[in-house]
Design a protein around this ligand. Sequence first.
Ligand code: FES
Length: 72
Amino acid sequence: GDQAMYVCLCKGITDHQIRQAVENGACSLKQVSHCLGVARQCGKCASFAKLVIHEAKERQLGTPADLAYALG
Ligand code: FES
């Protein structure tokens, strides 16, 4: 659903914020960490954050222009 879920508790970062960062062009944990502060404290969220980033990128790639056209 649309409910946000915390990925990084130390910094209070949700999956929505991470997805947004990916939409804005961040494509690695390093970049997301740089702009949001994810995984900068205890680091426990790093692997989950990576997964969310990966998923967000797949989703972007999974909607090719012709499909968007067909659905539009
Ligand atoms: Fe992200 Fe601790 S939960 S740095």
